[in-house]
Write a protein that binds this ligand. Structure first.
Ligand code: SAM
Ligand code: SF4
Length: 335
Protein backbone atom coordinates (compact mmCIF):
# COMPACT_ATOMS: atom_id res chain seq x y z
CA UNK A 1 0.00 0.00 0.00
CA UNK A 2 1.27 3.50 -0.84
CA UNK A 3 1.22 5.73 2.21
CA UNK A 4 1.50 9.48 1.83
CA UNK A 5 3.88 11.47 4.01
CA UNK A 6 2.09 13.67 6.54
CA UNK A 7 2.11 17.41 5.79
CA UNK A 8 5.15 19.35 7.06
CA UNK A 9 4.85 20.43 10.70
CA UNK A 10 2.74 17.41 11.63
CA UNK A 11 3.64 14.22 13.40
CA UNK A 12 2.80 11.21 11.32
CA UNK A 13 3.16 7.45 11.31
CA UNK A 14 3.91 4.80 8.72
CA UNK A 15 0.17 4.34 8.05
CA UNK A 16 -0.36 7.96 7.01
CA UNK A 17 -2.16 8.81 10.26
CA UNK A 18 -1.59 12.32 11.64
CA UNK A 19 -0.94 12.35 15.38
CA UNK A 20 -2.18 15.54 17.02
CA UNK A 21 -3.36 14.25 20.40
CA UNK A 22 -1.24 13.33 23.42
CA UNK A 23 -2.51 11.72 26.61
CA UNK A 24 -0.26 12.58 29.54
CA UNK A 25 -0.50 10.62 32.77
CA UNK A 26 0.77 12.77 35.65
CA UNK A 27 0.71 10.00 38.24
CA UNK A 28 0.24 6.25 38.50
CA UNK A 29 -1.34 6.71 41.92
CA UNK A 30 -5.04 6.90 42.63
CA UNK A 31 -7.30 7.48 45.63
CA UNK A 32 -9.75 4.86 44.30
CA UNK A 33 -9.09 1.20 43.50
CA UNK A 34 -11.52 0.36 40.71
CA UNK A 35 -11.66 -3.42 40.51
CA UNK A 36 -11.21 -3.48 36.71
CA UNK A 37 -8.27 -1.06 36.73
CA UNK A 38 -6.08 -1.38 39.82
CA UNK A 39 -5.15 -4.04 42.34
CA UNK A 40 -6.65 -3.55 45.81
CA UNK A 41 -3.12 -2.96 47.10
CA UNK A 42 -2.68 0.09 44.83
CA UNK A 43 -0.13 1.18 42.25
CA UNK A 44 2.86 -0.51 43.87
CA UNK A 45 4.60 2.40 45.59
CA UNK A 46 7.84 3.70 44.15
CA UNK A 47 8.88 0.32 42.83
CA UNK A 48 8.55 1.58 39.26
CA UNK A 49 10.65 4.73 39.83
CA UNK A 50 9.84 8.37 40.53
CA UNK A 51 7.51 10.25 38.23
CA UNK A 52 8.95 12.98 36.04
CA UNK A 53 8.63 16.44 37.57
CA UNK A 54 5.97 18.72 36.10
CA UNK A 55 8.82 20.73 34.57
CA UNK A 56 10.11 17.62 32.80
CA UNK A 57 6.64 16.59 31.62
CA UNK A 58 6.17 20.12 30.32
CA UNK A 59 9.40 19.94 28.33
CA UNK A 60 8.19 16.70 26.71
CA UNK A 61 4.86 18.35 25.87
CA UNK A 62 6.58 21.43 24.46
CA UNK A 63 8.57 19.22 22.10
CA UNK A 64 5.37 17.39 21.12
CA UNK A 65 3.52 20.66 20.53
CA UNK A 66 6.31 21.92 18.29
CA UNK A 67 5.72 18.85 16.11
CA UNK A 68 1.97 19.26 15.70
CA UNK A 69 0.38 17.88 18.88
CA UNK A 70 -2.57 20.23 19.46
CA UNK A 71 -4.65 18.60 22.18
CA UNK A 72 -3.39 17.25 25.48
CA UNK A 73 -5.45 15.08 27.82
CA UNK A 74 -4.20 15.05 31.41
CA UNK A 75 -4.90 11.70 33.04
CA UNK A 76 -3.54 9.23 35.58
CA UNK A 77 -3.98 7.28 37.95
CA UNK A 78 -6.01 10.11 39.38
CA UNK A 79 -4.54 13.34 38.00
CA UNK A 80 -5.90 15.41 40.88
CA UNK A 81 -4.19 13.12 43.41
CA UNK A 82 -0.91 14.82 42.47
CA UNK A 83 -0.37 18.28 43.93
CA UNK A 84 0.21 20.93 41.29
CA UNK A 85 -1.82 19.37 38.47
CA UNK A 86 -3.96 22.50 37.98
CA UNK A 87 -0.82 24.65 37.58
CA UNK A 88 0.48 22.08 35.09
CA UNK A 89 -2.75 22.46 33.10
CA UNK A 90 -2.20 26.23 33.01
CA UNK A 91 1.39 25.74 31.80
CA UNK A 92 0.26 23.32 29.08
CA UNK A 93 -2.45 25.73 28.01
CA UNK A 94 0.21 28.40 27.46
CA UNK A 95 2.38 26.22 25.17
CA UNK A 96 2.58 27.46 21.58
CA UNK A 97 0.58 25.14 19.33
CA UNK A 98 -1.67 23.71 22.04
CA UNK A 99 -5.31 24.52 21.38
CA UNK A 100 -7.01 22.37 24.03
CA UNK A 101 -6.12 20.80 27.36
CA UNK A 102 -8.65 18.45 28.86
CA UNK A 103 -8.65 16.08 31.83
CA UNK A 104 -10.03 12.69 32.77
CA UNK A 105 -10.77 12.34 36.48
CA UNK A 106 -12.66 10.07 38.82
CA UNK A 107 -14.33 13.22 40.12
CA UNK A 108 -13.73 12.67 43.83
CA UNK A 109 -11.17 15.47 44.14
CA UNK A 110 -12.67 17.92 41.66
CA UNK A 111 -14.64 20.05 44.13
CA UNK A 112 -11.62 21.47 45.92
CA UNK A 113 -9.65 22.04 42.71
CA UNK A 114 -12.48 23.41 40.60
CA UNK A 115 -11.65 27.11 40.80
CA UNK A 116 -7.99 26.44 40.01
CA UNK A 117 -8.92 24.24 37.04
CA UNK A 118 -11.25 26.86 35.59
CA UNK A 119 -8.60 29.54 36.10
CA UNK A 120 -6.01 27.30 34.44
CA UNK A 121 -8.13 27.33 31.29
CA UNK A 122 -9.10 23.65 31.28
CA UNK A 123 -11.08 23.05 28.09
CA UNK A 124 -12.99 19.98 29.17
CA UNK A 125 -13.40 17.57 32.05
CA UNK A 126 -14.29 13.90 31.62
CA UNK A 127 -15.66 12.40 34.81
CA UNK A 128 -15.73 8.65 35.20
CA UNK A 129 -18.97 7.44 36.78
CA UNK A 130 -19.96 3.78 36.71
CA UNK A 131 -22.87 3.76 39.16
CA UNK A 132 -25.42 5.93 40.95
CA UNK A 133 -25.68 3.59 43.91
CA UNK A 134 -23.43 4.11 46.96
CA UNK A 135 -23.05 0.40 47.69
CA UNK A 136 -22.15 -0.41 44.08
CA UNK A 137 -19.70 2.50 44.09
CA UNK A 138 -17.97 0.91 47.08
CA UNK A 139 -17.98 -2.46 45.36
CA UNK A 140 -16.43 -1.10 42.15
CA UNK A 141 -14.00 1.47 43.56
CA UNK A 142 -13.33 -0.20 46.93
CA UNK A 143 -13.77 3.28 48.44
CA UNK A 144 -16.51 5.80 49.36
CA UNK A 145 -17.13 8.96 47.41
CA UNK A 146 -20.15 8.75 45.10
CA UNK A 147 -21.61 11.99 46.54
CA UNK A 148 -18.41 13.86 45.69
CA UNK A 149 -18.47 12.58 42.11
CA UNK A 150 -22.09 13.63 41.59
CA UNK A 151 -21.36 17.06 43.10
CA UNK A 152 -18.33 17.32 40.80
CA UNK A 153 -20.52 16.84 37.72
CA UNK A 154 -22.93 19.60 38.64
CA UNK A 155 -20.26 21.84 40.17
CA UNK A 156 -18.11 21.68 37.03
CA UNK A 157 -21.11 22.37 34.79
CA UNK A 158 -22.12 25.32 36.97
CA UNK A 159 -18.55 26.65 36.73
CA UNK A 160 -18.86 26.64 32.96
CA UNK A 161 -16.63 23.65 32.20
CA UNK A 162 -17.46 21.30 29.36
CA UNK A 163 -18.18 18.02 31.13
CA UNK A 164 -18.50 14.48 29.77
CA UNK A 165 -19.43 11.39 31.74
CA UNK A 166 -17.61 8.13 30.97
CA UNK A 167 -19.12 4.83 32.08
CA UNK A 168 -17.66 1.33 31.96
CA UNK A 169 -20.26 -1.43 32.33
CA UNK A 170 -19.49 -4.72 34.09
CA UNK A 171 -22.05 -7.46 33.54
CA UNK A 172 -23.92 -8.38 36.71
CA UNK A 173 -22.42 -5.47 38.65
CA UNK A 174 -23.63 -2.16 37.19
CA UNK A 175 -25.20 -3.04 33.83
CA UNK A 176 -28.71 -2.73 35.29
CA UNK A 177 -27.95 0.97 35.85
CA UNK A 178 -27.09 1.86 32.27
CA UNK A 179 -30.44 3.55 31.70
CA UNK A 180 -30.32 5.48 34.95
CA UNK A 181 -26.83 6.74 34.11
CA UNK A 182 -27.99 7.83 30.64
CA UNK A 183 -30.73 9.83 32.35
CA UNK A 184 -28.03 12.19 33.67
CA UNK A 185 -28.04 13.60 30.13
CA UNK A 186 -31.78 14.17 30.11
CA UNK A 187 -31.67 17.65 31.61
CA UNK A 188 -27.94 18.34 31.65
CA UNK A 189 -25.90 19.43 28.63
CA UNK A 190 -23.53 16.55 29.27
CA UNK A 191 -22.65 13.68 26.96
CA UNK A 192 -22.89 10.26 28.64
CA UNK A 193 -20.46 7.83 26.98
CA UNK A 194 -20.22 4.08 27.41
CA UNK A 195 -16.70 2.67 27.08
CA UNK A 196 -16.33 -1.04 26.38
CA UNK A 197 -14.26 -2.75 29.05
CA UNK A 198 -10.86 -3.73 27.67
CA UNK A 199 -9.58 -7.03 29.10
CA UNK A 200 -6.25 -5.63 30.31
CA UNK A 201 -4.78 -6.57 33.69
CA UNK A 202 -7.43 -6.70 36.43
CA UNK A 203 -10.25 -6.18 33.93
CA UNK A 204 -10.00 -9.69 32.55
CA UNK A 205 -11.80 -10.99 35.65
CA UNK A 206 -14.99 -9.16 34.61
CA UNK A 207 -17.50 -9.72 31.88
CA UNK A 208 -17.96 -6.75 29.55
CA UNK A 209 -21.01 -5.49 27.67
CA UNK A 210 -20.55 -4.57 24.04
CA UNK A 211 -21.59 -1.13 22.86
CA UNK A 212 -24.25 -2.77 20.68
CA UNK A 213 -25.81 -4.52 23.65
CA UNK A 214 -25.76 -1.30 25.64
CA UNK A 215 -27.37 0.61 22.75
CA UNK A 216 -30.12 -2.01 22.39
CA UNK A 217 -30.93 -1.77 26.10
CA UNK A 218 -31.08 2.03 25.90
CA UNK A 219 -33.41 1.89 22.89
CA UNK A 220 -35.74 -0.48 24.73
CA UNK A 221 -35.95 2.05 27.54
CA UNK A 222 -35.84 5.40 25.74
CA UNK A 223 -36.63 4.84 22.07
CA UNK A 224 -34.48 5.23 19.00
CA UNK A 225 -30.88 6.40 19.20
CA UNK A 226 -30.60 8.85 16.32
CA UNK A 227 -27.03 9.16 14.97
CA UNK A 228 -25.51 12.62 15.20
CA UNK A 229 -23.51 13.63 12.19
CA UNK A 230 -20.71 16.18 12.25
CA UNK A 231 -17.65 16.15 14.43
CA UNK A 232 -18.20 16.04 18.16
CA UNK A 233 -15.03 15.77 20.23
CA UNK A 234 -11.52 14.76 19.26
CA UNK A 235 -11.76 11.03 19.77
CA UNK A 236 -13.32 7.78 18.72
CA UNK A 237 -16.77 8.22 20.32
CA UNK A 238 -19.85 7.92 18.08
CA UNK A 239 -22.71 10.07 19.26
CA UNK A 240 -26.51 9.70 19.20
CA UNK A 241 -29.49 11.67 20.40
CA UNK A 242 -32.38 10.33 22.43
CA UNK A 243 -35.77 12.02 22.19
CA UNK A 244 -36.22 14.49 25.05
CA UNK A 245 -32.55 14.40 26.11
CA UNK A 246 -30.37 17.52 26.34
CA UNK A 247 -26.99 15.76 26.20
CA UNK A 248 -25.97 13.19 23.57
CA UNK A 249 -25.21 9.53 24.22
CA UNK A 250 -21.79 8.28 23.08
CA UNK A 251 -20.24 4.89 22.49
CA UNK A 252 -16.53 4.11 22.56
CA UNK A 253 -16.21 0.57 21.25
CA UNK A 254 -12.51 -0.28 21.06
CA UNK A 255 -13.21 -4.01 21.02
CA UNK A 256 -16.37 -4.66 19.05
CA UNK A 257 -15.83 -1.98 16.46
CA UNK A 258 -12.26 -0.75 16.65
CA UNK A 259 -11.04 2.62 15.43
CA UNK A 260 -7.33 2.08 14.99
CA UNK A 261 -7.40 3.28 11.39
CA UNK A 262 -8.23 6.79 12.59
CA UNK A 263 -6.18 6.76 15.81
CA UNK A 264 -4.55 10.17 16.29
CA UNK A 265 -2.84 9.69 19.65
CA UNK A 266 0.31 8.98 21.56
CA UNK A 267 0.56 8.36 25.31
CA UNK A 268 3.12 9.59 27.83
CA UNK A 269 3.26 7.99 31.27
CA UNK A 270 4.20 9.83 34.45
CA UNK A 271 7.48 7.90 34.38
CA UNK A 272 8.32 9.35 30.98
CA UNK A 273 7.49 6.30 28.88
CA UNK A 274 6.09 7.33 25.51
CA UNK A 275 3.74 4.71 24.06
CA UNK A 276 2.74 4.41 20.45
CA UNK A 277 -0.41 2.41 21.28
CA UNK A 278 -2.62 1.71 24.29
CA UNK A 279 -1.93 -1.99 24.03
CA UNK A 280 1.33 -3.22 22.53
CA UNK A 281 3.49 -1.31 20.09
CA UNK A 282 6.81 0.46 20.49
CA UNK A 283 7.68 2.49 23.58
CA UNK A 284 10.44 5.01 24.26
CA UNK A 285 11.87 6.23 27.57
CA UNK A 286 11.97 10.03 27.35
CA UNK A 287 13.66 10.42 30.75
CA UNK A 288 17.10 9.84 29.30
CA UNK A 289 16.38 12.08 26.28
CA UNK A 290 15.46 14.94 28.62
CA UNK A 291 19.16 15.29 29.45
CA UNK A 292 20.02 15.75 25.79
CA UNK A 293 17.70 18.68 25.16
CA UNK A 294 14.68 19.56 23.05
CA UNK A 295 16.15 18.38 19.75
CA UNK A 296 16.58 14.86 21.12
CA UNK A 297 13.06 14.88 22.55
CA UNK A 298 11.63 15.98 19.23
CA UNK A 299 13.52 13.22 17.42
CA UNK A 300 12.22 10.74 19.99
CA UNK A 301 8.62 11.71 19.22
CA UNK A 302 9.25 11.50 15.48
CA UNK A 303 10.90 8.06 15.75
CA UNK A 304 8.24 6.60 18.02
CA UNK A 305 5.38 7.99 15.92
CA UNK A 306 6.86 6.28 12.87
CA UNK A 307 6.76 2.96 14.74
CA UNK A 308 3.10 3.20 15.80
CA UNK A 309 1.50 -0.17 15.03
CA UNK A 310 -1.43 -0.30 12.57
CA UNK A 311 -3.74 -1.66 15.29
CA UNK A 312 -3.92 -2.83 18.91
CA UNK A 313 -4.15 -6.56 19.56
CA UNK A 314 -7.46 -6.45 21.37
CA UNK A 315 -10.05 -6.99 18.64
CA UNK A 316 -11.89 -10.25 19.07
CA UNK A 317 -10.41 -10.92 22.49
CA UNK A 318 -13.70 -10.94 24.42
CA UNK A 319 -14.08 -14.19 26.29
CA UNK A 320 -10.46 -15.16 25.71
CA UNK A 321 -9.11 -14.13 29.08
CA UNK A 322 -6.40 -11.78 30.17
CA UNK A 323 -4.30 -9.85 27.68
CA UNK A 324 -0.63 -9.56 28.62
CA UNK A 325 1.40 -7.66 26.13
CA UNK A 326 3.14 -4.82 27.83
CA UNK A 327 0.32 -2.38 28.47
CA UNK A 328 -1.27 -4.37 31.26
CA UNK A 329 -2.46 -1.79 33.70
CA UNK A 330 -4.76 1.08 32.75
CA UNK A 331 -3.84 3.17 35.78
CA UNK A 332 -0.24 3.28 34.49
CA UNK A 333 -1.16 3.91 30.86
CA UNK A 334 -3.87 6.46 31.67
CA UNK A 335 -6.74 4.96 29.70
N1 SAM B 1 -8.58 8.16 37.36
C1 SAM B 1 -9.11 8.82 36.22
C2 SAM B 1 -10.49 8.29 35.88
O1 SAM B 1 -10.90 7.29 36.47
O2 SAM B 1 -11.13 8.91 35.04
C3 SAM B 1 -8.22 8.78 35.00
C4 SAM B 1 -7.51 7.48 34.68
S1 SAM B 1 -8.57 6.09 34.29
C5 SAM B 1 -7.39 4.84 33.92
C6 SAM B 1 -9.24 6.61 32.71
C7 SAM B 1 -10.44 5.85 32.25
O3 SAM B 1 -10.06 4.53 31.93
C8 SAM B 1 -11.59 5.76 33.25
O4 SAM B 1 -12.78 6.24 32.64
C9 SAM B 1 -11.72 4.27 33.50
O5 SAM B 1 -13.06 3.88 33.73
C10 SAM B 1 -11.16 3.70 32.23
N2 SAM B 1 -10.67 2.33 32.34
C11 SAM B 1 -9.85 1.79 33.26
N3 SAM B 1 -9.62 0.49 33.01
C12 SAM B 1 -10.32 0.21 31.88
C13 SAM B 1 -10.51 -0.97 31.09
N4 SAM B 1 -9.91 -2.10 31.40
N5 SAM B 1 -11.28 -0.89 30.00
C14 SAM B 1 -11.89 0.27 29.65
N6 SAM B 1 -11.75 1.41 30.34
C15 SAM B 1 -10.99 1.37 31.46
FE1 SF4 C 1 -8.27 5.16 39.72
FE2 SF4 C 1 -9.35 5.87 37.40
FE3 SF4 C 1 -8.26 3.44 37.70
FE4 SF4 C 1 -10.49 3.97 39.00
S1 SF4 C 1 -10.24 3.93 36.76
S2 SF4 C 1 -8.65 3.00 39.89
S3 SF4 C 1 -10.28 6.09 39.44
S4 SF4 C 1 -7.18 5.35 37.77
Amino acid sequence: MMVEDPPAGTLGDSQGRVLDYLRVSVTGRCNLRCVYCMPGSGAGGKSRGDPLSFGELLRCCRAAASLGIQTIKVTGGEPLARRGTAAFVAALRALPGISAVTMTSNGTLVEKELDRLVEAGLDGLNISLDTLDGETFRRITRRNGLGKVLRAVDGALAAGLKVKINTVLLRGINDHELGAIAALARRRPVPVRYIELMPLGCAAAFEPLSGQETAAALERQYGKLVPLTGKLGNGPARYYRLEGFTGPIGFINPISRGFCESCNRLRLSSQGILRSCLCGGATLDLRSLLRSGEGALRQGFIDLAARKPPCHHLSGVYGKGRVEDGAGEMFRVGG
